[in-house]
Structures are given as structure tokens and as C-alpha cells.
Design a protein around this ligand. Sequence first.
Ligand code: GTR
Length: 326
Amino acid sequence: MFNNLTKSLVSAVAVTVLGTTAFADNWRGWNIHADGYPNTVAMDAFAAALEEKTGGEITLQMFHGGTLGSQPDAVEQVRAGALEIGNFNLGPIGPIVPAANVVSLPFIFKDVPHMFRVLDSEGGAAIAAGMAEKGLVPLAWYDAGARSFYNGDKAINTPEDVVGMKVRVMNNDLFTGMIAELGGNPSPMAFAEVYQALKTGVVDGAENNWPSYESTGHFEVAGYYSLSQHLIIPECICINAATYEGLSDEMKAAVTEAAQESALMQRDLWAQREAASRKAVEAAGVVVNEVADKAPFQAAMGPVYEAYFGSNPDLRPLVELIQATE
Ligand code: GTR
């Protein structure tokens, strides 16, 4: 905060004395993923495009690999303006922004194209507005595929297979509810801790998309991947709302354009990495289990939806809008 305050005082002085912004605005950005991951590559491209499109007035230093803290902490840092930019999954944002939590309802989207159609419609606008109200402006949406279960000792084909299993989830009541409704024991935990937890048996399983399952090495310690595809959650390039609102219209357009271009790149890289990750873990001996019937998993989610409506009765139309979107 002190740094930010100093920085804004300094630029204010620069503006008053010189009548122009003499100093570049140096932003800092958070990303959880490793080098070479689609998001990491695309966030670096965003940083480069930002500098180019703003004529060097804005620079962005990216901190990858979660070095600046866990995702829930980083969300708070961007909200508070201690960091300007974050590449966030909407899962950990949901507990702060009820409208954005709609994307974390299990089986809410039919597939990834359906998710993007919703995000590009009034549903997406409602989610973005809810986020902006809480200090996070989404500039563009990234693909994070579908999340499926993985664990060490058996394939999962029915909810009964989850009974008694300790399953790591991201911090969000919808995810703890989801595991509990399947009869498992949910264990919310930071992403960085999951490998050890799986390895030492602190948890029996976890759930994630192909690229995260592979890039984290989780497949080494949880060799059954069952394609339940129970969550399809988008990710964002998010900016601190006050930082964004403080920009001129021209700068806002440049920042948004850089983010949108980065998202197109990310979605392309994502498709390639999903296939490559699947190939890599299969080659390493992972058992990939096609879940023949997802309906029983879906049917068990009624109470999760009811709990969501219970705390957010006004968001029922948003859910219905998504369900009615082709
Ligand atoms: C990944 C996602 C991360 C993080 C992680 C997790 O798929 O890209 O932002 O949310 O899952 O499970 O914590």
C-alpha cells in the first residue's frame, strides 16, 4: 500500500510539474502456473502487448508459479490494489462475488463452447458487473477446459465410488458441497499443496483439467483419471477496478485489446496443451476412464443448487438464462 501511495504521489507530482505523465506505470501480475503452461505464455504475451499498445506508458511484470501467494490471497491483493493484475480461475472468486459463482455450479455448462457463448452474452455481462463491484474488472476470458476426478487406486464411474474418499477442492462452498453430496469428504486446500497431499495420503484424490493434472505432476501420484467433467470454470485476466477506472479511455481500450488478443492466443494454446497433456499422461501409464453415465453425478447436485439459491435467491434467473442458452 505504501508503495502504491508513494507511486501515485510521485506520478501526481510528475503530472502537475510537467503537465504529462513522465513515468511509466509499472504493474505487477500474478499467475499460478509454471513456465510453458498456456496461461503463462499468454500472460507474457499480454504484458508485451500492453507495453507496445500503450507506447510504454504501462509495463507489466508477471510473477508466475504462484510465487506471490495462493490464489485466494492473490484475489484479495488485486482487489486491494496491492497487485494490479491476476490471471484467476473464477472458482476462488465465487465466494466473494455471488454472480460469478454461478460458473462454479457443477454441470452448469454443457461444454466449453456453451460457456463462452454465455460469457459473451448478457450472462457474462452480469458476471463481469458483479466482479467489478467487488474491485475486479475482467478484461478477457481464458479457457480452463473441464475438471475431472483423479485418485490413486480405482476408476470412478458412479457417485458410490466417491463415498468415503477424501477429495481436495478449491476454496468454495459449492465444491465442498459437491463432494459431500457425492458422499466424499471435501478437503479445501491451496493448489501448491496438492501434490504432497496426494503423495502422503492426506487426500485420496483431487479434480482438475488435463493440463493442470499433467503440469503439476499430480498424475505421478494419482494414476486414475475419470472423465466426470463436472466443472467447466472460466478464468480471467482481471485488473484492479480502481486502476482500470483511473485510465483514460484510450488506455482502457489499449489494455482491453491486449487482454483480448492474449485470450485468443491462450484458447489456441489450451486446445493444443489439452491434447498434449493427455498424450503425456497416457504414455506415463495413467488409466483414463471414460465415465459412461454422468447423469447420476448430475442428479446428486440438487442440494448444491438449492444452497446457492438459498443464499442468492435473486440469482435464479441468471442460472435459468444459462440453462436456456443454446
Ligand atoms: C487450475 C487453475 C488454477 C487453480 C487450480 C486449482 O486448473 O488454472 O487457477 O485454480 O486449478 O485447482 O487450484
